[in-house]
Design a protein around this ligand. Structure first.
Ligand SMILES: [Zn+2]
Ligand SMILES: [Zn+2]
Length: 512
């Protein structure tokens, strides 16, 4: 859920006047209650850790049941902790405490200003919870990792420091990088307002986003500690398939997670700065044909230009939203509406929430369509030219550029999808029941929240299997995705054109 976290943390860093403690009064209440909240969260994680370690030591055979419960509780804790920190900020007055304590006197304006980067202290309780969790859960995950009824485990686990860094690196790259950029902008606006008014600064702050998107892949390798995939069977196989699909990338990277996750991903817009990343576990678990299928999925993202589409879509959407807010502001101003003081204190919050909801709904939809298209490409990557084939062997000829789509290819991809799902859930397949008890509803809701970008495993599989023997269905699907892409981009351009005319292009460029 990195995107959700980015928005939640950004919202906490906004120049909003956070309320004083709603219960009791003063600094003691704010700090005291926040400390109690942190302690509460820590106690729950220590209890969970102790339960996992003790249960598995006593009865290793309960591994999959314990691992399932452990994962479920950690998922609930993710949301519970966010709620807890929101309570610290809104109810206990933690944000208010930060804003009145960490200030510097500005002789220029003769007033108190929030110290540089001090807004990061508002979501700090969350960072504390996170760091504590990584430290505490290490023992639980190591025990799960090293428990096996099948004999001694050969794969070594992280050291405690290594485990902490593994999580810290991902958090820094995916969550903190955008947040820190945003906070830097706010700090500059506070302490060098003249600089931030110049056209050069505006241009630079708009340009930093595409530059970052283009060169982010170069940062990923050192930041996540990825290694170039060593020469060997896996690499040779991937290179052969890449050549057949006419796909180019800078390198294949290996992500050592000590067997924690089975995953693959592609990053980068241009072939020169494009990496395909595989975790150690996925290379170990998947048979060669299924690994081909997974690699095919990643290549599909590049072949269909999804990464470009995402970048274009997000850039256009943000510009349109800025124009909408500007229009609203101008209309209210023209109508002579004066915002009350309390509303001015909170005015920064609604736009960020609006963006979060928009991304969740519209980008989520776009992403699910593109994932499905990449799935189909993954099937094609391991398909022969015979649409009624009964299986593949050494004599099977695979066409160039993934031109075929055959039942065996589809089934291979589906097997890979199932296996990855199974490995990542520690052997607990997604529940597949129609009965809707309250518990299942809650479970389903969290499942849906997690699946907003990829859709659920069962839906992906059902769609792919429905393509067997139905070539027209696939063509219809491809056409519908093409139409949706153009409609979305042209629609956004049209709206932007109309809004730009209404609010004035110069004014619009000022708020970006
Ligand atoms: Zn994908
Ligand atoms: Zn075939």
């Amino acid at each position: 859920m990195p995107i959700l976290l980015v928005f939640a943390i950004t919202a906490a860093c906004l120049p909003v006047r956070w309320p004083a403690p709603l219960i009791g009064d003063g600094v003691n209440v704010a700090v005291g209650f926040t400390a109690v909240a942190l302690f509460l969260s820590l106690s729950i994680s220590i209890t969970l850790r102790t339960w996992v370690v003790r249960t598995l030591r006593a009865s290793p055979a309960r591994k999959s049941e314990v691992a399932e419960t452990y994962i479920r509780i950690r998922r609930i804790m993710l949301f519970a902790n966010m709620g807890l920190v929101a309570m610290c900020i809104f109810v206990f007055g933690w944000g208010w405490f930060v804003q009145r304590t960490f200030v510097v006197f500005d002789t220029h304006e003769s007033e108190f200003l929030l110290a540089p980067f001090a807004e990061l202290l508002v979501p700090a309780p969350y960072f504390a919870i996170l760091f504590a969790a990584w430290t505490v859960y290490f023992d639980a995950e190591r025990t799960i990792h090293q428990t096996s009824v099948l004999g001694p485990v050969t794969r070594s686990f992280f050291t405690r420091i290594g485990y902490f860094l593994h999580h810290l690196r991902q958090f820094a790259l995916m969550v903190m990088l955008p947040v820190v950029l945003f906070v830097t902008q706010q700090t500059l606006a506070r302490f060098a307002p003249d600089l931030t008014q110049t056209d050069g600064y505006r241009l630079a702050s708009v340009a930093v986003v595409p530059v970052l998107i283009l060169f982010m892949p170069l940062l990923i390798k050192p930041l996540l500690g990825l290694k170039s995939m060593p020469v060997g069977v896996h690499r040779a196989r991937l290179e052969t398939l890449a050549a057949r699909l006419h796909f180019r990338c800078t390198d294949f990277l290996l992500w050592s997670t000590h067997g924690a996750t089975a995953n693959a991903m592609i990053v980068g817009l241009l072939p020169r700065v494009r990496y395909v990343i595989f975790t150690d576990r996925i290379l170990d678990e998947l048979p060669p044909d299924e690994l081909d299928a997974v690699f095919g999925h990643e290549v599909g993202h590049a072949k269909h230009g999804h990464i470009w589409l995402y970048a274009l879509f997000l850039g256009l959407s943000m510009t349109v939203l800025a124009a909408v807010l500007l229009l609203l502001d101008q209309q209210l101003g023209a109508a002579g509406v004066k915002l009350p003081e309390w509303a001015k204190d909170w005015i920064a919050l609604p736009p960020v929430m609006l963006v979060a909801i928009y991304i969740f709904l519209v980008f989520g939809y776009l992403s699910r369509r593109c994932e499905r298209q990449a799935d189909v490409y993954g099937c094609r990557a391991v398909s022969c030219m015979n649409p009624d084939c009964r299986g593949h062997d050494e004599t099977t000829v695979y066409p160039d550029r993934a031109q075929g789509l055959c039942p065996t290819g589809i089934r291979t991809f589906v097997r890979a999808l199932d296996r990855v799902g199974l490995v990542n859930s520690h052997g607990d397949p997604e529940p597949e029941t129609e009965r809707q008890s309250f518990r299942q509803l809650v479970k389903g809701f969290f499942g849906w929240l997690r699946a907003w970008q990829h859709s659920t495993m069962s839906r992906r599989v059902a769609f792919l299997l429905s393509l067997i023997g139905e070539p027209e269905r696939e063509r219809r699907f491809q056409r519908s995705v093409t139409v949706m892409r153009w409609a979305l981009i042209l629609g956004l351009l049209g709206v932007l054109y109309a809004l730009g005319d209404a609010v004035g292009w110069h004014e619009l460029s000022q708020v970006l």
